[in-house]
Design a protein around this ligand. Structure first.
Ligand code: B3K
Ligand code: ZN
Length: 852
């Protein structure tokens, strides 16, 4: 199965044939499902006549094959079936196949598989070929009609329901689509239903399908769906286009969710929520993912990708849209800060390591390995930059043109950029480098003030990445504002457009030297480097009118302090402590914002930053320094904290809205500080009285963080052992908060827990992923963390290569660390590569990480 061959963008050719209509019939059975496929095809006029027909197919038992009713003898190979041109008509023909598959044995969770008695599918990127023989590529778009037969009460597929009887149902999807958007679900399910009237007055039936008993936990997802549908009409003018929209929650799922046309399939963790079981973060993620999958209906489904190299065309744009949506629903400033935190934690990390790749890569071995932070989050940043450069109004015009011009098509990044060029008259040739060149630019800034003229000198560096040693200058939209020394803004936010390697910008008529607020709103995904005195950072934390940069100033200050603590053994000085204390206690500020300011830089973030500035990060040293930093903050704020906690208590019922969530976030941040001073007494009380999961789990985390909480852990387990999604939190928390020298042992013990169902991706991530995320534990000098993660990846790989490969990115940062750690990780990756039968997924990842 591990034929290691790279697929190249430059090899793209249109498919030999077109598929006009697909008719599928499924006889469901766990061990032997029959799939009958009838494909109405014709040669593609865009190709020379007389092409063979190559169909993809993996793990299929071929039972029958005919062309225009005439049986044909053809022998499939390991990856598909070739029908020689000689056996095919020159004009339209009907190809029929019958195959048998075994969904019950499908542990890869790709294709048709079973999750706790229910049938479901995951076809993106290349899972449809595990269901039937088909040209499984996104530029082959066809109409699908599906008949499902099985002895389960609910039988679903894409499109509109057309007919149903006992044990069968038929569905018709009028919108041509690629096979990766195909879906089928069958199970004993219950619906939480609602209706939606579209902007043109069409009535749509909305259903969220869940296991019996879970219907009560769908209200928030439904509300999010309705708000998403309305928002897409109001902001993008996009209306829904079928009579029904179905969402199904499944427990065994490799990622978050999937945008199958009219039948979204979700990891149950991103659907089910009640105040008792879901945290505020869960609610926010549910809202974002429901929106994301819904928005794909236009950006992904109506307009899809020509080939998988264009993945960011749908993912970057859809992430950008879901970020806009969450910003509109909540606090835009807080949302932007959270998005940047995540971008730096995942995408900068990826971009600065051996897995760096372009937003539009030009080669891959296994496409599932490219559903990355670069394609998604950097892809979204690139669109944000485009909008900043052309302006909101031109962006809206360009998007209208995109939908008008490419509806029903499989498009490319070139098509996308041409739409912007045509709508705005801009030449985007240089801008396109954001799509084709990997790496995080470094933006160095110097400033100068002479005779009332203030000058900013910028210089960009575009570091080498695997396969891309030299790069050109990027177009950088740099949003700046200037403040005068009493804190008034003397220049409101202005977007400078940098297009050269070195460029200076002048500001005239200033009475005094201004304080610059650079890269407001994080206007470009770069690392900003400027010698900035601590006093200036503290000034911006107090006075910047741009909320992102206000936060960023505090963040930079904290990172400077922490870096000095790690590298020079310094103590956290009063400047930082006082500045932070003022923000924490400033009641004119949004509590959610204050909570974000109180969050210390993560250990991995510090390791990344130290490495970038030429240090070899010592995980134990970072851990210890960060704890000292937290302790100092607790001391500084100590007397104020109980008052803060009391003032933020929310009597009355729970509401998941952003305002209430922000207050809880600040209250828990304060509780965490207090726990260091009162040995957890207050946290124990909050845990005991909690009527919502945010506070229950938040208080438990405070206790675990100070090395306490064993009794509470036991109580939590007793209370929640029946609930998988909640128990994932129980597993993950203990590992996340385990002290560095105990993390491996705690993890090992939990892998022996009877509820450690490691074939379930959520549970695997909650345990093995949590160890990989415990920076000092995973990177413990003895290497036990590396060994344990590698051991489990190798165990999972034969069953579920996709999830194993994704988690292998735990090792992508190996070059940051000292020689001993590097040697251990390299040896582990080499052992992986030497393992017989290693999947193509993990082979590609380990090979790229080693750079060999
Ligand atoms: N498009 C899917 C991801 C599919 C991942 C396949 N390995 C979910 C999403 O981005 O919306
Ligand atoms: Zn997506």
């Amino acid at each position: 199965m591990t034929e290691a061959r790279a697929i190249l963008l430059s090899d793209y050719q249109p498919f030999s044939h077109l598929v006009d209509q697909v008719t599928l019939t499924f006889h469901l059975a766990p061990q032997a499902t029959r799939v009958m496929a009838r494909l109405e095809m014709r040669p593609n006029p865009a190709r020379e006549p007389g092409q063979d027909l190559r169909l993809d197919g993996e793990g299929l038992r071929l039972l029958a094959l005919s062309v225009d009713g005439r049986p044909l003898a053809a022998q499939p190979d390991a990856t598909g079936l070739t029908l020689a041109a000689a056996h095919l008509p020159d004009g339209p023909f009907v190809l029929e196949t019958e195959v048998e598959i075994a969904p019950e044995g499908n542990t890869a969770l790709e294709g048709l598989y079973m999750s706790r008695g229910m049938y479901c599918t995951q076809c993106e990127a290349e899972g449809f070929r595990k269901i039937t023989f088909y040209p499984d590529r996104p530029d082959v778009m066809a109409r699908f009609r599906v008949r499902v037969e099985g002895d389960l009460p609910v039988l679903l597929s894409n499109g509109n329901p057309v007919a149903a009887g006992p044990g069968w149902a038929e569905w018709d999807d009028p919108w041509p689509k690629p096979a990766y958007l195909f879906a089928l679900v069958a199970g004993d399910l219950r619906a939480h239903s609602a209706r939606f009237r579209t902007m043109s007055g069409r009535d749509v039936a909305l259903n969220i399908w869940v296991r019996p008993g879970d219907e009560q936990r769908c209200a928030y997802a439904m509300d999010s769906l309705i708000r998403s549908m309305r928002w897409d009409e109001e902001v993008y003018g996009r209306e829904y286009d079928l009579d029904v929209f179905n969402i199904v929650a499944v427990d065994d799922f490799n990622m978050g969710a999937m945008e199958n046309k009219g039948l979204n399939i979700f990891n149950s963790k991103f659907v089910l929520a009640s105040p008792e079981t879901a945290t505020d973060d869960d609610f926010a993620r549910i809202e974002a993912i429901i929106a994301h999958e819904y928005f794909h209906n236009w950006t992904g489904n109506r307009i899809t990708c020509r080939d998988w190299f264009q993945l960011c065309l749908k993912e970057g744009l859809t992430v950008y849209r879901d970020q806009q949506f969450s910003g509109d629903m909540r606090s835009a400033a807080v949302k932007r800060i959270e998005d940047v935190l995540m971008l730096r934690a995942r995408q900068f990390r990826e971009d600065q390591g051996p897995l760096a790749h372009a937003v539009r890569p030009d080669s891959y071995m296994e496409i599932n390995n490219f559903y990355t932070a670069t394609i998604y989050e950097k892809g979204a940043e690139v669109i944000g930059m485009l909008r900043r450069l052309v302006g909101a109004e031109a962006y809206a015009r360009a998007l209208d043109l995109y939908f008008e011009r490419h509806d029903g098509e499989a498009a490319t990044i070139e098509d996308w950029l041409r739409v912007f060029e045509d709508a705005t008259g801009r030449d985007l040739t240089q801008f396109k480098r954001w799509y084709t060149e990997a790496g995080t630019p470094l933006l160095k800034v110097r400033d100068e003030f002479n005779n009332g003229v203030y000058t900013l000198h910028f210089e960009q560096e575009n570091p080498a990445t695997p396969g891309q040693p030299v790069k050109g200058a990027k177009v950088l939209p740099i949003a700046v504002g200037l403040l005068n020394p009493n804190g008034d803004e003397v220049l409101a936010t202005t977007v400078l457009e940098m297009t050269e390697m070195r460029q200076s910008f002048r500001f005239e008529g200033l009475a005094t030297r201004p304080v610059p607020s650079l890269l407001r709103g994080f206007s470009a995904p770069v690392v900003l480097e400027r010698e900035t005195p601590a006093a200036e950072r503290a000034f911006l934390l107090a006075h910047d009118t741009d909320p992102f940069n206000k936060w960023e100033a505090g963040r930079a200050l904290a990172k400077d302090v922490l870096a000095r603590m790690v590298t020079a053994g310094a103590a956290p000085g009063p400047d930082w402590l006082d500045a932070l204390a003022r923000v924490a206690l400033d009641e004119s500020l949004d509590p959610a914002f204050r909570a974000l300011c109180l969050r210390l830089p993560s250990e991995d973030d510090m390791a990344q930053t130290l490495h970038a500035s030429g240090h070899v990060p010592d995980p134990a040293g970072i851990y210890a320094a960060r704890r000292r930093m937290g302790a100092a903050l607790a001391q500084r704020l100590g007397s104020e904290v109980p008052g803060l906690i009391a003032a933020l208590a929310e009597p009355g019922g729970f509401s998941p809205d952003a305002r209430a969530a922000g207050r809880r976030a600040l209250r828990l941040a304060a509780l965490s500080l207090l726990s260091r001073l009162d040995d957890g007494a207050a946290a124990r009380a909050v845990f005991a009285q909690a009527n919502n999961m945010t506070e229950e789990v938040g208080a438990l985390a405070c206790l675990l963080d100070i090395g306490a909480g064993q009794a509470e852990l036991a109580r939590f387990e007793t209370r929640w052992s029946h609930d998988r999604n909640v128990m994932d939190k129980w597993f993950a928390l203990q590992i996340a908060f385990a002290a560095p020298e105990r993390a491996v042992e705690v993890t090992r013990d939990l892998t022996a827990h009877p509820a450690f169902d490691w074939k379930n991706p959520n549970r695997f991530r909650a345990v093995i992923g949590a160890l990989a995320g415990n920076h000092a534990g995973f990177h413990h000098a003895e290497g036990g963390g590396y060994d344990l993660v590698a051991e489990w990846l190798l165990r999972l790989d034969p069953l579920n290569p996709q999830t194993a490969a994704r988690m292998s990115t735990a090792f992508e940062t190996w070059r940051r660390y000292d020689a001993d750690r590097q040697a251990m990780i390299r040896a582990g990756l080499r052992r992986m590569l030497a393992t017989e039968g290693l999947s193509r997924d993990l082979t590609e990842m380990a090979g790229r990480m080693l750079g060999e």
